[in-house]
Ligand binder design. Structure first.
Ligand SMILES: [Zn+2]
Ligand SMILES: [Zn+2]
Length: 215
């Protein structure tokens, strides 16, 4: 088995392209290697070329005790309560990011540092919090298809949210007025302002990213 994660580790994060990312789907990509934004419309990986890709997350290494208690891990499709908590407690690194065309995941059960069992192509349950965030009952097939198609969002609200994240990334998560930089966890502290009349901005841009104090 080719260990694609090791290949990824040896590469500079900046060199991860969307094509490579696609190949990294075996065990999922370690979150350390790539910027991920958890939000209400989904989980987005930010690639070096600025592209955003909708992804799915799951814990791919689980302890035997946890496995005996709760069984297989859950998968997440939104920046739900559990992922936000994991991010706060700095446990988000335990999750893997995957592109998924189907509900089919791999995970490893460990005892200490020893791998006890490797599960392949397992259909996992959706996290109940993510389920709640889904407006209507989840159509798995169409969801997984949409993972690759994150710009094809039906709702304007979601478009704005996506644009906002891309723009924040482009501006290096800094306020355009006072230059205050925020960490990716506090990304919500930066607000996207959309100016309908672009003439009010010197450079003609219609968007501005401002911190809470400058809005
Ligand atoms: Zn979830
Ligand atoms: Zn500011």
């Amino acid at each position: 088995m080719t260990n694609l994660s090791n290949i990824a580790k040896s590469l500079n994060q900046e060199s991860i392209s969307s094509i490579l990312f696609e190949y990294l789907d075996d065990y999922g990509l370690n979150k350390k290697l790539i910027d991920v934004v958890l939000c209400e419309s989904g989980i987005y990986a930010i690639l070096s070329d600025g592209k955003m890709i909708k992804t799915v997350m799951h814990k791919n290494l689980i302890d035997i005790k946890e496995y005996k208690k709760s069984g297989a891990p859950l998968f997440h499709i939104f920046g739900c309560k559990f992922l936000k908590e994991a991010e706060k407690e700095e446990k988000i690194e335990e999750y893997k990011i995957s592109f998924k065309r189907a509900n089919s995941f791999n995970f490893i059960v460990r005892e200490g540092n020893r791998e006890i069992k490797v599960f392949h192509d397992i259909s996992l349950e959706l996290c109940p919090e993510c389920m709640k965030m889904q407006e209507k009952s989840l159509d798995f097939d169409s969801f997984f298809q949409s993972v690759f198609d994150c710009l094809d969002l039906q709702k304007r609200k979601r478009d704005v949210e996506l644009i906002s994240i891309i723009y924040k990334k482009l501006k290096h998560f800094s306020c355009e007025k006072c230059n205050k930089k925020v960490s990716i966890q506090d990304i919500e502290d930066l607000k996207l302002k959309i100016y309908k009349d672009s003439s009010i901005l010197k450079n003609g841009a219609k968007l501005k990213i401002l911190c809470k104090e400058c809005v």
